[in-house]
Design a binder for this molecule. Structure first.
Ligand SMILES: [Zn+2]
Length: 205
């Protein structure tokens, strides 16, 4: 069994790793760096599993929000549309650790609405990437604004971050709340407070 230094040296020398082996080498290197033996029974299939998991967690890079939101249909409805309590899972781009929680989205249609099921799918497009919560929140709101052209959009996300929770006991219950308010949700106090009242029961105290 090669020791860590040997394998690390070998990996550094392998400047041209065949494409089919990239994940295997990357994960094996990571395992060596944390002090593990990648050849150990329990870790043998870990590179393949990590590859599949990471590809799934980042599938959003290969999804196009336009394709999800392009089926807007015309209606007379001009009241606020709200979809609450959408579960989401993402990876923080600073530590590659999960952050996860719930998302509440509203928009004020301008004669065009989208199917309600499209909204959780849109959340997936941006959550399944390396993210920071602030940008994730903004991207979701801006995608609806850009493709549905409503009079306003609101997105509120509350999440627990494992990179905070796993370090320091005092932060274990910390939850981050971010919001993005566009159009009437930004300019009209009345619209914004109507939305916040409607999602209040869902927001954790
Ligand atoms: Zn982090």
């Amino acid at each position: 069994m090669p020791n860590n230094d040997d394998e690390l040296r070998q990996l550094r020398q392998l400047l041209e790793i065949p494409a089919t082996k990239e994940w295997e080498y990357a994960v094996r290197l990571l395992l060596r760096l944390v002090g593990e033996d990648p050849n150990r029974q329990g870790l043998r299939r870990t590179p393949l599993r990590v590859k599949r998991a990471l590809q799934y967690f980042t599938a959003g890079y290969r999804m196009d929000p336009k394709r999800i939101l392009n089926r807007a249909f015309n209606v007379r409805h001009d009241e606020m549309v709200i979809v609450k309590d959408i579960d989401f899972f993402s990876l923080c781009e600073h530590h590659l650790l999960p952050f996860f929680g719930r998302c509440h989205i509203a928009y004020l249609p301008d004669r065009k609405v989208i199917g309600l099921s499209k909204i959780p799918r849109l959340v997936e497009v941006f959550a399944r990437r390396l993210q920071i919560q602030e940008r994730l929140t903004t991207q979701i709101a801006e995608a609806i604004e850009q493709h549905v052209h409503p009079r306003g959009v609101a997105c509120v996300m509350e999440a627990s971050h494992l990179c905070m929770m796993m370090r320091g006991v005092e932060k274990q219950n910390a939850r981050a709340v971010t919001s993005s308010m566009l159009g009437l949700f930004r300019t009209s106090e009345k619209t914004r407070s109507e939305f916040l009242t409607l999602i209040r029961s869902s927001l954790s105290s």
